[in-house]
Design a protein around this ligand. Structure first.
Ligand code: ASP
Length: 354
């Protein structure tokens, strides 16, 4: 038995009499995919009213997690219909909130509405359902299904606003590829998880994300740090570098040591990981107490901060350790980086510290 949750987004729009596309109720929308009933026993509910995903946030992620918690034992899997704009944030949040998940939670959406004559909505919806009922162990986690690929939810990024192939997972292979049949590539196992579902009940949204750029001033960083934030994601250059602009590192270091700011460095490049020890410019961050976020996406790093800050059972030092650790498959742990891996840091022939 599968439970479908409709939150809104382009997927659920249908054509009215005058040809205009409008958000529909889930009943209206599902008339366009009658074959779902041939595939599985399933039922559904919807967010009232369905919303554009840019209007979903931490409160809604908690609502979804609690809803799944309440009905978890009655279903074999869950399909969440969601707008594409913030789908990866919701997916990352659910991956952290639903600890010990052993059933599929598959988010999907579309670039063209189900009520349009030519669309990707029907295919995404029907295949997400097929994956949810497959019973395959590789789908028993939070995934994003789009255009013939099931991606790990906390590894996915939206890469296009017009292509049907709108999502990618640059640092992790897909969980499943869908063609004439469904292929499940070999992937590293998820970190150990508890046997039963534990649903975490809090997120702390007092976090910020700053992308470094040439010319970033001390004053701009200071204005970010003046805000009452408890966590900061720093999108660094390359493998974790920050310019030597006077004051930048000092102000970060003060925020970390004097008021316990939880700061994590990731790379602004789509592929690869930060390695703070590699260049002098990265060592500055390490010395200041910034945690290495490995190859986490910016979306996942931000949500992970909210999750760890929301856990009042953890000390600051435990939060720092967990931030760098692979909790739900969201980052590649050093033990899984092989010399052949294209994601391995390789400084090349020049002295990296100069
Ligand atoms: N703005 C829409 C949303 O994210 C776009 C979409 O659904 O694709 O809800």
């Amino acid at each position: 038995m599968i439970h479908m949750i409709y939150t809104g987004g382009t997927i659920g729009m249908v054509q009215r009499g005058d040809g205009a596309l409008e958000p529909a109720g889930i009943d209206d929308m599902l008339k366009y995919a009658p074959e779902l009933s041939l595939m599985a026993e399933w039922d559904y509910c919807q967010l009232d009213p369905p919303r554009d995903s840019v209007d979903l946030g931490p409160e809604d992620w908690l609502l979804l997690a609690r809803h799944i918690e309440k009905i978890y034992d009655r279903y074999d899997g869950f399909v969440i219909l969601h707008g594409t704009d913030t789908m990866v944030y919701t997916a990352a949040a659910l991956s952290f909130l639903l600890e010990g998940l052993r059933k599929p939670v598959i988010l999907t959406g579309a670039q063209l509405p189900i009520g349009a004559i030519r669309n990707d909505a029907r295919n995404n919806l029907i295949t997400a359902m097929e994956l949810a009922v497959s019973g395959h162990p590789q789908v028993a986690e939070v995934g994003v299904y789009f255009n013939d690929r099931l991606l790990r939810g906390n590894r996915a990024v939206k890469t296009s606003i017009f292509a049907f192939d709108a999502f990618d997972s640059p640092n992790f292979p897909p969980l499943a590829r869908v063609g004439v049949s469904i292929h499940y590539p070999a992937i590293p196992p998820l970190p150990p998880r508890p046997d039963r579902l534990i649903v975490h009940q809090a997120l702390t949204p007092q976090v910020a994300l700053i992308k470094l750029f040439p010319g970033l001033t001390y004053r701009l960083l200071a204005s970010h740090l003046d805000a009452p934030i408890q966590g900061l994601v720093i999108e660094t250059f390359g493998s974790g570098n920050i310019p030597a602009t006077p004051g930048l590192i000092d102000i970060l270091e003060r925020a970390i040591h004097e008021r316990g700011l939880l700061a994590v460095a990731i790379t602004q490049q789509l592929q690869g990981r930060v390695h703070l020890g590699a260049y002098a410019a990265g060592r500055r961050l390490q010395k200041a107490g910034v945690v290495s976020g490995g190859d986490m996406t910016p979306y996942t790093a931000l949500v992970k901060l909210m999750f760890l800050l929301g856990r009042d059972d953890l000390s600051l030092e435990e939060r720092r350790q967990l931030l760098a650790r692979n909790l739900r498959g969201e980052l590649t742990p050093p033990s899984e980086i092989t010399p052949e891996s294209p994601l391995t840091f390789s400084p090349g022939p020049r002295d990296p510290a100069t």
